[in-house]
Structures are given as structure tokens and as C-alpha cells.
Design a protein around this ligand. Structure first.
Ligand code: GLN
Length: 488
């Protein structure tokens, strides 16, 4: 069953001609047909397009010399429906873009296309990536492959669920406050949020521009390293992307982690806030790393308690500005009215769901004259303190270890009535975006009954992806959490 293989395993079989890309792609399409009516990770499947790409990849492999062949040639992947793929739907999980087709490729899409990856289709998400459970999708929620009465996390819930359900080999997501790492933890896969500026966001529909970053969801750390190598780098089309050389992430994975220092922030291990089974798994993971020679060090990130409040001002403020472009004139839905103002109001009234409206109203308020200084400006100052906490801490340690989420995945509907409870799911992931640093979530255990995945988070300094991947890889190689499969 090639759909169950990792990207690296598939790549090896493809290069030895023991498997064709058509077979690998067909296996994913079969898995989608079988499982996705329940999991609902995909909003759109491009069966014909994917098979045509696969045939082209097989032909290219026959022609090319293997030394020149990109390891992703012929590998079936899928992309969150907030990142543009030319001539495919780009709905952002919203009614306002329900019929919108992307006219161009995002830079990351183009990089994958150049490498020869196969695009299976579009993955479900919370509307405009606003949410933590994928329940805010206008097209219905995705379900957690480990327990289909539960949420997969969000907002890249479709991406994580599709990888966990073996419907694709790897997926792209986006992470503004945890949207790659939280669903990765909840679905038992690897999720990497690169440093702000590491990966171009050209072609990613903006939610909160100072926080957004494209990330990867994979079955293993090695796959994440390989994908990061492929999509990272400077892009003249995104002025926030940084001209830092892209290291050979995968080649560096085998280096020893002995002697590395990993910080355990006191503020993340408070009694009461953390589920007991999550706590237990994290404690065991720390002991495991210690047995590999890693030195755990207690550290403090004193402004942690302000992170959620800061995020809840900055993200909606930027969202309210970014979403102004959906005006019934340029993109997607238009509901006519007597005059342009009425048309605008009706279009947005009908096109946006309740959570998006809540964010736009919150953000507009925080930016309005008379409140700007008290809310937005103050939040920006606190954000600087949060970033400084991290930069100071990274003078003492190589990385920071925390749980990815305070609880295991919850039931569908459980937190829908209480937005604050929902926002609290991100309490351990948002600081990373506010600080602009990188973060990796990887499987580190399961709850006992029912069996649900638990994730641990490693945070690294700006452009410190190498260290995170190396630590994650060493941990992964010494455990077998990533080999468990959901009971589908
Ligand atoms: N859950 C957070 C929010 O709702 C973050 C989402 C994200 O990272 N895109 O805004």
C-alpha cells in the first residue's frame, strides 16, 4: 500500500523503478475514495490532473538520470485550500470564494511543481484559517482519523487528517497561531512551522500578515526536512522572505544531539492547565531525550501569560484589513444591492461565516481611532517583550520543549459555543508566531482510552530549523510513535 509510505520511502522505490508514480498516486486516490467520505479532509480532488501529472513524472524518470532527479518527483501531495494552485479552486473554506479558481501558482506550489510533485487536490480548513478545529469551514468539518467523533485540530485540519489517514504522502498548511502544529499533534503526524521569512508566502491568502507562515505536515521528520529544503528560500515576490541560504536540512539529521540543551519553560508546565495524560507523555519524552544525551534546563518566558491576549488583538486587527479586499468587486461572491455600499454589505454578510465576522469586528474595533493606542499599539509593545523572552532564552538553550496542546483532541461541537475555550487550544503555539521563531510538533504518545495522539513541540531560534529537525529526528528514531496508524 504505497499510500502508507513516507515521502522518502516512496522516493526510494520510485528511483529504483520498483513502483511507478501512477501506482502511488492511484493508491492515494483509492484511499481518498474509501476514507474521505468519513474523514472529509479534501474539498476538491483532481483525479484526472493528478494521474496525468503522475504519468508525466514516470516518463521524466525514465528519461532522466537518477542523480539529477528531484526526490519529490512523482510524490503525491495535497495543499491546504488557502495556498494557490493554478487552475484549481481556492476557496479558503469560505462561501465568499466558493467558486473562485486560482489564476496562478503560489511560490511554494511552483517549487513543488518544479520538483515534480503530484497535486491530489485541495484540503479543508477553518474559514480563512481562523480556528482551531476545522469546524469553521463553510463546507463542513474534517474529522479526526483516530476518532471520527473528534476534531482534527485546525486550521490545517484537512492537511493533518489527510496525512494521518494515508490519503496523501505529505501536505502543505499554514500557521498563524498554531494551525500546522496543533492539527499535527491532534492527528499524530509531524508539523513544522518555519521561521517568519524562511518560506515565501506569495500565493498564500493573507490572514494576519505579520504572523502567517506556510508549514509542512508529514509522516516523519525526515520528510519535513526534505520538503522544507524544497520550498524554503528568498522570493522577490514576497518582500518578507529572507535571503538566508537554505541549508541541506535532510543531510544534517544524523548528527548527534548529545550535549544539546533544551529549555523547559516553567510557564508551560503549570498545574491545572495541562491534561494529565499529555503531561505524562511529555515527561516521558523529556526522559527519552535525556537518554540521548540532551540536557533539560528549566527556563522562564515571563510574558507567556500575555500571549493569547496579544494574539487576539493583533491577528484580528490584521485580518480586518486583509479581508477588506473581498468586496464583491474583485473576487468571488457578489450579492447585488441598490448601491455599492449595500452591495458590499450584502456580499460580506452572505459570504463570511460567524467566526470571520467576529474577527473582522474585533479587529476593526482594535484599530479604530481612540482605541488604537490602547489596544493595537499596546499589543505590539507586548509582542516585542514576548519575542525578547525567547531571544534571551535562546542564549542559554538550543531549543525549547513544550506540549503542543494542553489537551488531546476534543469532540466535534464541544467548544463551538465558547470561542474563548477554542482560542485556549492555541495557548502553547501562538507565542512562536508572535516571536517569529520556528516550531516543530511531533508525535510523542497516546492517551489510553480512547487512543488519541499527543504531540510535543520543539521551538527554535530564528532560522534554527536545523536544530529542531535534528532533535526531532533523534527522538523519532528512538521511539515508534510515528509508526502507529489510525483505525480506519
Ligand atoms: N487558532 C488560531 C486562530 O484562530 C490560529 C489559527 C492559525 O494559525 N491560522 O486564529
Amino acid at each position: 500500500m504505497p499510500n502508507r509510505l513516507t515521502v522518502c520511502e516512496l522516493s526510494r522505490l520510485l528511483s529504483r523503478r520498483e513502483l511507478s508514480s501512477r501506482e502511488a498516486t492511484q493508491a492515494c486516490l483509492d484511499a481518498i475514495r474509501q476514507r474521505d467520505p468519513v474523514v472529509r479532509a479534501f474539498l476538491h480532488v483532481d483525479e484526472a490532473g493528478a494521474l496525468a501529472q503522475a504519468d508525466a513524472a514516470d516518463a521524466a524518470r525514465r528519461r532522466g538520470r537518477s542523480a539529477e532527479t528531484h526526490p519529490l518527483l512523482g510524490i503525491p501531495v495535497a495543499i491546504k485550500d488557502v495556498i494557490a494552485v493554478r487552475n484549481q479552486p481556492l476557496t479558503c473554506g469560505s462561501r465568499i470564494l466558493a467558486r473562485y479558481i486560482a489564476p496562478y501558482d503560489a511560490t511554494v506550489t511552483e517549487a513543488l511543481r518544479r520538483a515534480g510533485a503530484i497535486f491530489l487536490g485541495r484540503l479543508n480548513l477553518d474559514e480563512f484559517a481562523m480556528g482551531s478545529s476545522t469546524e469553521n469551514s463553510a463546507f463542513g468539518p474534517t474529522r479526526n482519523p483516530w476518532d471520527t467523533t473528534r476534531i482534527p485540530g485546525g486550521s490545517s485540519g484537512g492537511s493533518a487528517a489527510a496525512v494521518a489517514a494515508d490519503e496523501c504522502s505529505a501536505a502543505l498548511g499554514s500557521d498563524t497561531g498554531g494551525s500546522v502544529r496543533l492539527p499535527a499533534a491532534f492527528c499524530g503526524v509531524v508539523g513544522l512551522k518555519p521561521t517568519y521569512g524562511r518560506v515565501s508566502r506569495f500565493g498564500l491568502v493573507a490572514y494576519a500578515s505579520s504572523l502567517d507562515q506556510i508549514g509542512l505536515l508529514t509522516k516523519t521528520v525526515r520528510d519535513a526536512a526534505l520538503l522544507l529544503e524544497t520550498v524554503a528560500g528568498h522570493d522577490p515576490l514576497d518582500s518578507t522572505s529572507v535571503a538566508q541560504p537554505v541549508p541541506p536540512y535532510a543531510a544534517g539529521l544524523d548528527q548527534s544531539v548529545a550535549g544539546l540543551r533544551v529549555g523547559l519553560p516553567r510557564e508551560y508546565f503549570v498545574e491545572g492547565g495541562l491534561d494529565a495524560e499529555v503531561r505524562h507523555s511529555i515527561d516521558r519524552a523529556i526522559a527519552q531525550l535525556e537518554s540521548l544525551g540532551v540536557e533539560p534546563v528549566e527556563v522562564s518566558l515571563p510574558h507567556t501569560r500575555y500571549a493569547l491576549g496579544t494574539f487576539c488583538l493583533i491577528a484580528p486587527a490584521e485580518a480586518s484589513a486583509n479581508l477588506a479586499r473581498f468586496d464583491g468587486v474583485r473576487y468571488g461572491l457578489r450579492v447585488e444591492g441598490a448601491d455599492p455600499i449595500e452591495m458590499y454589505a450584502r456580499t460580506r454578510g452572505a459570504g463570511f461565516g460567524p467566526e470571520v465576522k467576529r474577527r473582522i469586528i474585533l479587529g476593526t474595533h482594535a484599530l479604530s481611532s481612540g482605541y488604537y493606542d490602547a489596544y493595537y499599539l499596546r499589543a505590539q509593545k507586548v509582542r516585542t517583550l514576548i519575542r525578547q523572552d525567547f531571544l534571551d532564552t535562546f542564549k542559554q538553550v538550543d531549543a525549547i520543549l513544550t506540549p503542543t496542546a494542553p489537551t488531546p483532541p476534543f469532540k466535534l461541537g464541544e467548544k463551538l459555543a465558547d470561542p474563548l475555550q477554542m482560542y485556549l487550544s492555541d495557548v502553547f503555539t501562538i507565542s512562536c508566531n508572535l516571536a517569529g521563531i520556528c516550531g516543530l510538533s511531533l508525535p510523542c504518545g497516546f492517551t489510553t482510552s480512547p487512543k488519541l495522539p499527543i504531540g510535543m513541540q520543539l521551538l527554535g531560534p530564528p532560522f534554527g530549523e536545523e536544530i529542531l529537525l535534528r532533535l526531532g529526528y533523534a527522538f523519532e528514531q528512538s521511539t515508534d510513535w510515528h509508526r502507529h496508524r489510525p483505525p480506519l
